[in-house]
Design a protein around this ligand. Structure first.
Ligand SMILES: [Zn+2]
Length: 241
């Protein structure tokens, strides 16, 4: 094995890692949009419910107004009648009607005032929800256009790295590339490559390597994988990046 081949393996590994990172960047942006959309959905439900409540309360206030006008008429016609009455019984029964009408008018006036408070509160909720929905839609559009722009760069970057990968791949022996790709596909966070530490252990899994194997790798650039973790062992003197 040539020292150059080990360099290629290191470069391939770092290209693969860079591609994964770029793909994660796109994923992060998309999940930001999902989060905002989730909040928007909740806000839209609140808006719809408040709208329905507002409509019902406006109907109630109209009913209260109709009741007030009905009892006001009763009240004033009873007042007019009171001038023409003679017997004490007639006067007292009319007075009861007048008092009752007054009680009803007060009741519906109070109810109307309470409804006005609720309505103005609901109108505020609707206004805020509409502002939020408009603002968050704008944010989503901005993120989407950012993604389109940066995706373009990211996708170009990934393409460049992939063509570099196929160039490098073609310059290595098939058996080595097959092993490298198999180890990469396992998706271990530590990757497919390892080195030997000064105490002759595998850097990734700690497996202790025999001295003769260590010198074959470090001095003769022999191709070996770790018996503990299968990773390809790169000699310490091979530097890339
Ligand atoms: Zn190992």
């Amino acid at each position: 094995m040539q020292k150059e081949d080990f360099k290629i393996l290191k470069e391939l590994n770092s290209l693969n890692q860079a591609i994964s990172k770029l793909q994660i960047t796109i994923q992060d942006e998309l999940s930001r949009i999902d989060k905002i959309q989730h909040q928007r959905d909740k806000r839209q439900i609140e808006l719809d419910l408040t709208h329905d409540k507002l409509k019902a309360n406006i109907r109630s206030i109209q009913e209260s107004e109709a009741q007030i006008s009905h009892f006001s008429k009763l009240h004033s016609s009873a007042l007019q009648k009171s001038n023409t009455l003679v017997t004490e019984h007639e006067i007292s029964s009319l007075q009861t009607q007048i008092d009752n009408a007054k009680v009803q008018i007060d009741h519906f006036e109070n109810k109307g005032l309470e409804l006005l408070d609720v309505i103005s509160n609901d109108e505020e909720i609707i206004k805020n929800a509409k502002t939020f929905l408009a603002g968050s839609l704008e944010s989503i559009n901005e993120i989407e256009s950012e993604i389109n722009q940066s995706n373009h760069k990211i996708l170009d970057d990934i393409k460049t790295k992939k063509s570099r990968i196929s160039l490098l791949t073609s310059s290595l022996p098939t058996a080595i590339i097959t092993k490298f790709e198999y180890l990469t596909s396992k998706g271990s966070p530590l990757g497919p490559l390892t080195q030997i530490t000064d105490s002759n252990n595998c850097e990734a899994c700690g497996y202790l390597l025999h001295k003769s194997l260590v010198s074959a790798i470090e001095i003769k650039n022999a191709f070996h994988t770790c018996s503990g973790c299968e990773r390809i062992i790169i000699p310490q003197n091979v530097k890339f990046l």
